[in-house]
Ligand binder design. Structure first.
Ligand code: NAD
Length: 500
């Protein structure tokens, strides 16, 4: 049987959207069920305001049920004690199923949170690649024999943790999910996923695919619902061994308290950012750098943890360079998320839309110079155009706080020392970029940037082999690469005395 043609045009994507059947129930044990309370919440398409579905709104009883199944599956060993090579096969099957359904998965994220469909397709490649990478790693990691004397054989074994709850945000719904669940499942844990209440649909479709791939019952479950209900119940549970979180710093702080109030569960946090992008005057192709500097903030409507939201430009080129950024921004206007030509889409919901506009208003009031954008687009849907402020100072809210929208704050500097000090003057430390042709400067500055990731002459470069995460209030976890597998396993030291 021939495969249907992949969607290419706006009309193709609209036709695919019209034919979708949405799963809106929780996935507990091996079954799709309504929340115990029968409660639901609405999920809307932010580009049109249309309701997509009413989704099961889980709470403590659902969390308790799922945790019980996860624990039973873990203790039973159906997955936790399966040979790594066999877990690998199941996860590779899941990746293949995701690949076969990637257009539908991408479409669900686009409809749910407003990002352009081509960008969602890029996320699917990232999500599938992550599952394949972690699956391929797991049967290639060895334990250790410690270098002790002849009196003993000392082994260092790696064991799964138990029940892992993964709480994820809405800005890259399925990709963030894959970054969490792939290493946790590969390592042999039972995983309970709580997607964001703003983007639950792709996670529920993923649950269908996980079942089809043969992940045993209770090993992967999905609980849609709110943070203060089901999220909190998972975080406070005495039966959850690890909480892996991606989301805001404020929620991360709350989760640390919950871990302390309950069982000291292991906690990995991937939180917010206010990432500096440093442009030195010695760059040879300012047009190219300006293009990347604009994309660094306007990609995904600026709803990106590593958005290059603080642009630090050497004053000798600032005027010329900002003009080039403005020209690049002009070509990145938001459009219909289903149109493959759109670079930017809709803002996720009315709350976030209002928050971004409040920051813009505050920027003007605090004296920053608005160079473009600044007003919501009129008409249907939640759209904000690329917005650029120059003459920003570190004291202004748009210069310090995470806006999480298409708002760029431009600062000027006169020396390398001043650039480094400004870059590091932040509560966050998720990512930083630096553009220069001077290798000595590149190495000097890279070493001194307080950041989990540094992009040199690019923005957001990386692949599955590279850890992703931050320092300071951007969190303590690392997603991707084999380092993330270490987070989801424990070391067991075995000292075997030998007769001599
Ligand atoms: P958020 O903190 O509001 O929510 C994230 C998740 O936490 C959601 O699933 C939410 O329901 C849940 N949650 C909220 N309150 C909770 C509570 N009290 N107990 C348990 N769970 C709770 O963040 P958001 O608005 O969904 O996402 C945007 C944030 O995520 C930004 O700050 C962004 O920088 C960050 N982010 C970070 C990374 C990274 O890798 N560092 C990646 C993507 C997004």
């Amino acid at each position: 049987m021939s495969r249907p043609e992949p969607p290419k045009t706006l009309a193709d994507w609209q036709a695919l959207a019209a034919g979708l059947t949405l799963e809106s129930r929780a996935f507990i044990d091996d079954t799709f069920v309504e929340a115990a309370s029968g409660e639901t919440f609405e999920t809307l398409n932010p580009a049109t305001g249309e309701r997509l579905a009413r989704v099961a709104s889980c709470d403590s009883p659902d969390a308790e049920l799922a945790i019980g199944h996860a624990r039973a599956a873990f203790d039973g060993g159906v997955w936790s004690r399966l040979a790594p090579g066999r877990r690998k096969k199941v996860l590779l099957r899941l990746a293949d199923l995701m690949e076969a359904n990637k257009h539908e998965l991408a479409l669900l994220d686009t409809l749910d949170m407003g990002k352009p469909v081509n960008s969602s397709l890029g996320d699917m490649a990232g999500a599938i690649g992550c599952i394949r990478y972690q699956a391929e790693c797991i049967d290639k990691l060895y334990g250790e024999v410690a270098p002790t004397g002849e009196e003993a054989l000392a082994l260092v074994l790696r064991e799964p943790l138990g029940v892992v709850a993964s709480i994820v945000p809405w800005n890259f719904p399925l990709m963030m999910t894959a970054w969490k669940i792939a290493p946790a499942l590969a390592a042999g844990n039972s995983v309970i996923l709580k997607p964001s209440e703003k983007s639950p649909l792709s996670a529920l479709r993923l649950a269908q695919l996980a079942r089809e791939a043969g992940i045993p019952r209770g090993v992967f479950q999905v609980l849609p619902g709110f943070g203060h209900t089901v999220g909190k119940a998972l975080a406070l549970s005495m039966q959850v061994d690890c909480l892996s979180f991606t989301g805001s710093t404020a929620t991360g702080k709350q989760l640390m308290q919950y871990a302390g109030q309950s069982n000291l569960k292991r906690l990995y946090l991937e939180c917010g950012g206010k990432s500096p992008n440093l442009v030195f005057a010695d760059c040879k192709d300012l047009d190219r750098v300006a293009q990347h500097a604009a994309a660094a903030i306007f990609h995904n409507q600026g709803e990106v943890c590593i958005a290059g939201s603080r642009l630090l430009v050497e004053n000798s080129i600032r005027e010329v360079f900002v003009e080039k950024v403005l020209a690049a921004a002009e070509a990145m206007q938001p459009g219909d998320p289903l149109d493959p030509q759109s670079f930017m889409g809709a803002i996720v919901d009315a709350t976030q839309h209002r928050r971004i506009l409040d920051y813009i208003r505050q920027g003007v009031e605090e004296g920053a110079r608005l160079r473009c954008g600044g007003e919501a687009l009129e008409g249907q849907g939640l759209f904000i155009p690329p917005t650029v402020f120059d003459d920003v100072t570190p004291a202004m809210a748009i210069g310090r706080e995470e806006v999480f929208g298409p708002v760029l704050a431009v600062f000027g500097f006169d020396s390398e020392e001043e650039a480094i000090a400004m870059a590091n003057d932040s509560d966050y430390g998720l990512a930083a970029g630096l553009w220069s042709q001077d290798i000595d400067r590149i190495m000097r500055v890279t070493r001194r940037l307080a950041s989990g990731q540094v992009f040199v002459n690019n923005w957001a470069g990386g692949d599955q082999t590279m850890p992703f995460g931050g320092v300071k209030q951007s969190g303590n976890g690392r997603d991707k690469s084999h380092h993330s597998l270490e987070e989801y396993s424990d070391l067991k030291s075995v000292w075997m005395s030998l007769a001599t």
